[in-house]
Ligand binder design. Sequence first.
Ligand code: CTP
Length: 427
Amino acid sequence: MARILLGVSGGIAAYKALETVRLATLVGHAVRVIQTPTSRRFVGEASFAAITGAPVLTSEFEPDPARGAYPGEPVPERAPISHLALVERADAYLVAPATANTIAKLAGGHADSLLTTAALAATCPVLVAPAMNNRMYLHAATQANLRTLAARGVIVIPPGTGQLASHGEHGVGRLPEPPQLLAAVERALAAAHGPLTGTRVLVTAGGTQEPIDAVRFLGNRSSGRMGFALAARAAARGAEVTVIAANVGLEPPAAATVVPVQTAAQLTDACVRQFDHADVLLMAAAVADFRPAAPAPGKLKKTAADAPTTLALEPTEDVLSALAARRRPGQLIVGFAAEHGAGASAYGREKLERKRLDAIVVNDVSQPGIGFGAADNEVLILTRDGAERQVDRAPKETVADAILDEVQRLRAQQVGDGAAPFDRARS
Ligand code: CTP
């Protein structure tokens, strides 16, 4: 878990900073708090100290009783020389709420308080969450200051729109809710420190729909949950994620770029466009193997004299095999296999070989409560190096983590010998 430094400046929304600290400590982060003198008029240091379990600092000249340690760490025998020890050791520095005045000082590079001085000295990701009256937020000066900060790499967490502190006022300037603030910090932490930082992951999710006529289609029961869970968990590990989503009705993962498609042909086009930029392909989508050969342009009428009673089908392209055949060294490809009943493992291994994959995730869709549409899954992960990992029934996010652990293991091997696992296994 991370060391988070929180800078609180003097706005009414300071009460939300308390809840943010509570949520962060609840999930195991170690939090230290710096307050501006004005912020103490809104929330006292005793509240922050009680929740973090560590002293709160306000001035550069004040000695830190915890000597720069974060909660859970041993207090050093000697006090650090610098009053900036807290920010030097932080994994992320969040300023929330950030008032117009504090934002102006940060943009101007002022160092007139511990909060602003720490921002100048920070080498970790810095996040600023503006909170103020809407006219102050929209003022050209504040907007210019925020642009200056963003251009320097500071992450500006946009404020929400709604009721503001001044009576009857409504508009933009509300501090985002504590879970959103924490999510922004965790995204920044993952982007800076996650094991998949710098890795571009392409995920396909959902199930394709192949038109029979203008209103009917051939489809499958895939909900896209597994693909979206993979995308969300890969992003949480710092990956840059693109999801090609075939007919997924779920809330898309906030940290991923989503490309919506409907048919196998559209999915193929999108995959071909995106694949060259990807380091890892996770092919979780259920792609139709066949499509109607001649979809009717309008709606077929059952009363029409020529109403068809059979459907002529043609095969679709096997996207996974096509992409595996044109991969460049270093690209890692994971396929999925929905198998039914006994022999799932043997079918999976055969598919891995035939499609020239690095790994295949096999799930037995004959079991109730897992697989298509369900929140849980139970899978067998087979890898090109002969390893086999059983993941017992668990939420799809947990299964996604197990799959990503295997991806990281295989990528570490790639880095080790400079070849794709597929090439190495064949040689
Ligand atoms: N897949 C694909 N293109 C297709 C069909 C499937 O890329 N036209 C991918 C799926 O996304 C999945 C993997 O191939 O990752 C396995 O799909 P599956 O349909 O089980 O493979 P098949 O080779 O068609 O096997 P089966 O004969 O069991 O249907």
